[in-house]
Each structure stands twice: as C-alpha cells, then as structure tokens.
Ligand binder design. Structure first.
Ligand code: ATP
Length: 430
C-alpha cells in the first residue's frame, strides 16, 4: 500500500452486502476524495470498481461503495462524512433487476418487447440512482436498454429544461456516469413540469413515439426495454403526468420509491396488467437543498460548454444579428376561457409559439437551437415536436445595432435559425 503523499488515508474493511457511504464537501476549492479498491470486489451504483485504480470524486459528490462479497477500500483525503451501513435495499434492487431480466428473456423467446419501466417517487428518494443501477446491471448482462429522462429539473443526460432519451451501451463510468453520445433531446424550457404541463405531456408522447419506432427496427432496443426517470412532483398535475407517461410508453412495470400513497393511487388508476411495485429508498440518499439543486443545474450547463473532468471544451463567442434568427417561447400566458377566441382551447395556448422580440432581458437566457428546418410560417408547425440540436447562451444584447452576442459550443454560423427560449439563465463566470 503506497500512501498518496500529504493525503490523509483511511482503510475500510467491508463485510459482504454492506456499503461505505461518503460525501465530498460542496463549494469551490474543496479537497477531492480518492477511492481505491484494495481487495475483493465492489461497485458504485452498479458499476464495478477495478482493483488498485484511484477514482476521484469532486465537490458535492455523494457516493456508496457496495460489496456483494466483501472487500477493503481506501479513501484518500478527508470526506465530509464517511460511514459503513449494513442496512441497504440493494438486495431488493438486485431482485428487481433479476425480474426485469426474466421479462427480457421471455420477450426474446416470444418475439415480444422487453420491459418498459417507470421509476417514480417524491424528490430525494434515489430515483436517478435506481435508474442508473438497473441500466448498468442490464448492460452488464449484454442488454441495450434505453434511458428516458423526464426529470426537467435534474436531467442526467442533457442540460436542465429538457427531456431526452439515450441508448445505453456500456455501464456508467464510476466517476462520470453514463457516456452521453447522441442523445435525443427536446426543449421544455423550465425546471418544473408545472410551468407548462401540456407541453410536458406532449414531449413525453413524442419520446414514446420515437422510442417505439426505434423498437420496431431495432430488436436489441426492443428487448432491452427502457427505464424512465421521472420528476419528484407526484401530486395534482404532476401525478396526472405520471399516468400520462405510463400510458404513452405503455409501461409494464412501475417502481414506486418510498411513497405508499402514490403506490396505492397508481395501482388504482393504471390498468391491471401494469405491475406496480413499492420499493424502499436507501438510507444513504442525501437530501438536497434548493441551492444544491440550483448549483447542480448550473454545473450541468457549464459542463455542456466547458467539458467535464479530463475533457475540456473551448466554446465560441460570436455575434448574431436579430434579423438572422427567429426566437420563440413555447406557450402563451393563459387567459380566462371566456376571453379565448372562438374555437380555441387552453391547450392551444400552451403549445403556441410566441415570437420573442429580442431585448436586454434576453441576456443570460439559455436558448435551444431547434433542429426544425428553417423556413417561414409553414415551418413553424412541428417546431415544438422537433428535437434540439444544441444550446447557446445570450451573453449580451445590443438593441441599437440589433445584434446579440452568444456563447456556443460550435463556431459560427448557427446550424439552424429557429431558437427556443428557456426560463433558465446561465451566468458565465469564466
Ligand atoms: P430528484 O429529487 O432529483 O429526482 P432522486 O430521487 O433522483 O432525486 P438521486 O439523484 O438518485 O435522487 O440521489 C440523490 C443523491 O444521493 C445523489 O447525489 C446520489 O449520488 C446520492 N445517493 C444515492 N444513493 C446513495 C447511497 N446509497 N449512499 C450514498 N449516497 C447515495
């Protein structure tokens, strides 16, 4: 055992079926923590650790190192918290995976489709972690499942304010999570489904349709099934959105984390052939404050432009003339039914494209670059249902010269000229 110079290290000997949980302090300029597996076998959220390799975790990381057989590990540096727990629901999660795998085998035999699974529950119950675990276990046995990310607040796939789908081809990287290559992303525009529930449901349906089309032509994707991560909003319209998602994707299994009432409601409201399963949350899941969530969102946008860990991106900054782009907001402010023009419903207003006149207040807003073909009026149709090809941030607006400056991952020119404005802002401190 060679100690890292100047770093405090602690050895943990873990018995089988226990986990070491640790948290790295959040904030800037904090000491990173390194993890090394010394003997035995262990995994972090479903991804196996290599022996004698140092894994680094930065500010705010909350990690569990679980072992099925027993192992010993070293932590280098001083984590904010570190303790061993014998009380984990991992066996139940593994059994869930085994049941899903059984369904995939049967699908293969009978030429049917594999399980479509929706993971639901309030905030901070570990939904994203359970999704990651089930997806990693599935790829480890050779499957090609799809992750459907409907959590517009804390997306694991793209920037906040989007919904997306990603084919999973290898287990999540221990330090970085799933490799995000060529995801299918749609613009939602804000961090909570409640700001435009009609749009949210519409995008859920779009993703379901594209996924089903892919399943028709790709047998592996069909057998692999999908794991759908949802928002923590489980009441009122949030609940209705879950029911809508279950029907749009024709889900076979719903995993309810730690919420008995939600479990009972879904059992009551979903068709009887949908298996609704109540699972406990892990005691290790850490509650995150509003600030913490905001920081994570900010970080996600920063990563999009500047890269992550070993990979550094160099974004471009250039000027765009107002006359060269069309900026829209999806959804007009709702007006009383009695004031709506004849023959129009609230649905129409929520999905309507409202042209945005560029002004100073555009500064710092994140804009999605729609993949919809450029064109006049006619092309406006379909913009809502078109995937996004990237994002830019407005860094400055000059109303005099009718020009705005943008931060962009690619050099000029913009690939398309239809831009959709998000409520989300990003202040570039670099
Ligand atoms: P949201 O409210 O955003 O939907 P969620 O329910 O998806 O949250 P997760 O993101 O899965 O929750 O988990 C919250 C945090 O807890 C994450 O930082 C995750 O790394 C951490 N975590 C999950 N399980 C454990 C565990 N067993 N031990 C330690 N930390 C954990």
């Amino acid at each position: 055992e060679v100690p890292v110079p100047g770093k405090f290290s602690t050895r943990y000997d873990l018995e089988k079926e226990t986990e070491l949980r640790f948290e790295v302090e959040s904030g800037e300029a904090v000491e990173q923590i390194e993890l090394e597996l010394l003997t035995g076998m262990a995994e972090v959220f479903g991804s196996e650790l290599n022996r004698n390799k140092k894994y680094t975790f930065g500010a705010g990381a909350k990690i569990a190192v679980f072992t099925w057989q027993g192992c010993s590990v070293n932590l280098y540096g001083k984590p904010e918290v570190a303790y061993v727990s014998k009380d984990t629901p991992m066996l139940l999660y593994l059994n869930t995976h085994a049941a899903l795998e059984q369904m995939r085998r049967q699908a293969e035999r009978d030429n049917e489709r594999g399980p479509r699974v929706m993971v639901v529950g309030p905030t901070d119950v570990g939904k994203s972690t359970v999704c990651r675990l089930l997806l990693s276990y599935a790829v480890r046995v050779g499957r090609r499942p799809t992750l459907v990310e409907l959590d517009v607040g804390q997306s694991g796939v793209s920037v906040p304010g989007t919904v997306s789908a990603l084919c999973i081809e290898r287990p999540a990287d221990v330090e970085e999570g799933f490799s995000v290559q060529a995801p299918l992303v749609y613009h939602f525009g804000s961090t909570t489904p409640g700001t435009n529930i009609k749009l949210y449901n519409k995008l859920t349906s779009c993703l379901a349709e594209v996924y089903s089309q892919r399943c028709e032509v790709n047998r592996k994707a069909s057998v692999g099934g999908c794991i759908i991560n949802t928002c923590g909003w489980v009441k009122g319209s949030g609940y209705q959105a879950l029911v809508h998602c279950a029907s749009a994707f024709e889900v076979d299994v719903v995993l309810v984390l730690d919420h008995e009432r939600l479990y009972n409601e879904l059992k009551r409201d979903l068709p009887h052939f949908v298996r609704v399963v109540l699972l406990p949350k892990s005691g290790g899941v850490v509650e995150r404050s509003k600030e913490c969530r905001r920081d994570t969102r900010d970080e996600k946008i920063r990563e999009y432009f500047y890269g992550f860990r070993g990979v550094t991106f160099y974004p471009f900054s250039y000027e765009v003339r107002f006359s060269d782009v069309r900026i829209y907001k999806i959804g007009a402010p709702s007006i009383p039914d009695s004031c709506l023009p004849l023959g129009m419903s609230q649905d129409d207003t929520q999905l309507k494209l409202v042209p945005v006149t560029p002004g100073r207040d555009l500064t710092y807003h994140v804009l999605s670059v729609s993949s919809a073909e450029d064109g006049e009026e006619g092309a406006r149709k379909g913009i809502v249902e078109s995937p996004v090809c990237g994002f830019i941030v407005v860094t400055n607006v000059d109303t005099q010269t009718q020009v705005m400056k943008v931060l962009s991952p690619a050099p000029r020119p913009l690939p398309r000229h239809t831009l959709l404005i998000m409520d989300i802002r990003f202040m570039d401190s670099k």
